[in-house]
Design a protein around this ligand. Structure first.
Ligand SMILES: [Zn+2]
Length: 266
């Protein structure tokens, strides 16, 4: 078994299937939810721990078959839709398993090993799309609060964590770079050729294309559509089409920036 590959597979599985692993539940806090599950369905906790930490392939876990059935069960899908606010997320599952291990693992050495392994899941789930490397595992969090670090102390590299994150979030990677090049839109006669970071909240829509203003020279650079997630494209397009002054505002904003820069250079 390639452990890293298997770990990535399980994280992806959790992200895609958390809502099928534990039925939606309204709970006051995690302890209440834990106690409820432990007294009614302890087997679920045992299987969740196996799913996350055992050497068995996830396909041989009893929960795997349950999930397959629920994915095709129209009644369950409707039930999920009606209980959107009570759906259990990956973090909750990790916290439940953590509590289960602490309450049931008698051998101290094994306990620590299990918690450390589980912590890797917390670290990956804590990844944030902002370029800051930090340890966000449960153990770190308990002892130090969020532990900011320049080193990546996770089994997965920052890039691997980012890839997983982007699979489940409609965002562009924080480190996506674009080059300032001439485009078909106005002001393209002057361009600086420099690289800059793509920022979703600065994207503009015009005539079925997406643009971003170069932060150095204020040229409107055309952005490759493939770099922008579909949901973001839809949102920007909708905003643009609903705003009668959209293009005029871009024009004024740019004029203002150019004016301020000229003033500075004088
Ligand atoms: Zn430029």
């Amino acid at each position: 078994m390639n452990y890293k590959e298997e770990f990535i597979k399980r994280i992806k599985y959790l992200n895609s299937n958390a809502m099928f692993l534990i039925n939606p539940d309204k709970h006051d806090d995690l302890v209440c939810l834990y106690n409820k599950i432990e007294s009614n369905n302890k087997e679920l906790l045992i299987n969740l721990e196996l799913l996350l930490l055992s050497d068995q392939k996830i396909e041989s876990n009893p929960l795997y078959q349950d999930v397959l059935l629920k994915q095709k069960d129209k009644k369950y899908l409707l039930y999920l839709k009606d209980n959107k606010d009570k759906i259990i997320d990956v973090f909750t599952i990790l916290c439940l398993v953590r509590r289960f291990i602490i309450n049931n693992q008698v051998d101290k050495e094994v306990l620590i090993k299990k918690l450390e392994a589980l912590d890797e899941y917390f670290k990956v789930m804590g990844y944030q799309n902002n370029g800051v490397t930090y340890q966000s595992g449960f153990i770190d969090y308990l002892s130090n609060g969020i532990n900011w670090n320049s080193d990546n102390l996770c089994v997965l590299t920052e890039k691997e964590k980012q890839e997983i994150y982007l699979l489940f979030h409609d965002e562009t990677a924080w480190d996506t770079q674009v080059k300032c090049e001439p485009s078909d839109l106005f002001f393209s006669d002057n361009y600086c050729n420099s690289d800059f970071y793509l920022r979703e909240d600065e994207l503009l829509y015009y005539n079925d294309n997406y643009y971003m203003m170069c932060p150095n020279c204020y040229n409107l650079v055309i952005i490759n559509k493939k770099l922008i997630p579909d949901k973001i494209k839809e949102k920007i397009k909708k905003e643009a089409l609903n705003d009668g002054y959209y293009l005029r505002n871009i024009f004024y904003k740019r004029e203002h920036l150019v004016y301020e820069k000229k003033k500075l250079l004088k």
